[in-house]
Design a protein around this ligand. Structure first.
Ligand code: C5P
Length: 255
């Protein structure tokens, strides 16, 4: 049997995003993506951002280059780590990988929702057993995919349909939230509620040169659409002053 709603997010701040609670620290909602190839480059970004962010995303580039030590070092320095390796394999293998990620001390991690309810349940159970506060996120539809791409890989619905279906599956299988574009966040909130995390990438500052990219939104737009967390990479990591860039995002989140 799949778990019934409502879904709980142990240790998550997602409720602070609810309109009834507007006083939360916006830094709880900002995740800075460390899309670099060396631990030294990652540490340089973390030092430059300073107190403007709590959580850093380690994705497949940095993890493949530097391995788990980069995660251990971030955690040891008091940062929260979002391990974005998008696990997708047989349930046993994914559960084992989630267990290892939990041992590294990560706060959030991703699994592909398309990996099936069995795989998602195995991931969620493994996370819960190791650390009840670990947030397991189901990746729905990658922001790089459009309906033509979905059809080619065998999905028949619209992006919106697929996001909703995969979100419902992830949540019913024990995940604490989902990853999707802010474009779909509002319909997910409307259909599935507020008691789970929605992490949205593809966020750009208002008025930026990238604002016309496909499926890109502003921080305020993402939060208004229902995102509990936004993932920002290059606009912060490649800024002349990453701390100032991060503060600008925090101001926009607050707006
Ligand atoms: O584009 P940016 O540097 O802000 O990307 C940060 C992270 O968000 C990347 O690690 C990537 O995984 C994700 N991303 C995404 N879809 C986009 C843009 C970025 O999933 N359209």
């Amino acid at each position: 049997m799949e778990a019934a709603l409502p879904y709980r997010i142990p240790g998550s701040d997602h409720r602070e995003n609810h309109p009834q609670n507007q006083n939360s620290d916006p830094r709880q909602k900002l995740i800075v993506a460390l899309d670099v190839s060396t631990a030294a480059a990652a540490q340089k970004i973390v030092a430059a951002v300073g107190d403007s962010a709590f959580t850093y995303k380690v994705g497949m580039q940095l993890y493949t280059a530097e391995g788990p030590q980069v995660v251990r070092d971030l955690v040891a320095s008091g940062r929260r780590v979002f391990l974005d390796l998008k696990y997708h394999d047989i349930p046993h293998t994914v559960a084992s990988a989630v267990h290892e990620a939990a041992q590294l001390g990560v706060s959030m991690l991703t699994v592909h929702a398309a990996g099936s309810g069995k795989m998602l349940r195995a991931a969620a159970d493994s996370a819960r057993a190791a650390n009840p506060d670990l947030i397991v996120l189901g990746v729905t539809v990658l922001t790089s995919l459009d309906e033509h791409d979905l059809e080619k890989v065998g999905f028949r619905g619209t992006v919106r349909d697929e996001v909703l279906r995969l979100s419902a599956l992830a949540l019913a299988s024990g995940c604490n939230g989902i990853v999707t574009s802010a474009r779909e966040a509002s319909v997910v909130r409307a259909e599935l509620g507020h008691d789970f995390a929605i992490v949205t990438p593809g966020v750009r500052p208002a008025g930026s040169a990238h604002a016309d990219q496909m499926r890109v939104v502003t921080p305020a737009g993402a939060i208004a659409a229902g995102a509990s967390h936004i993932v920002v990479g290059r606009p912060i990591t490649e800024a002349d002053d990453p701390a100032a860039a991060a503060r600008a995002f925090l101001d926009e989140i607050n707006s």
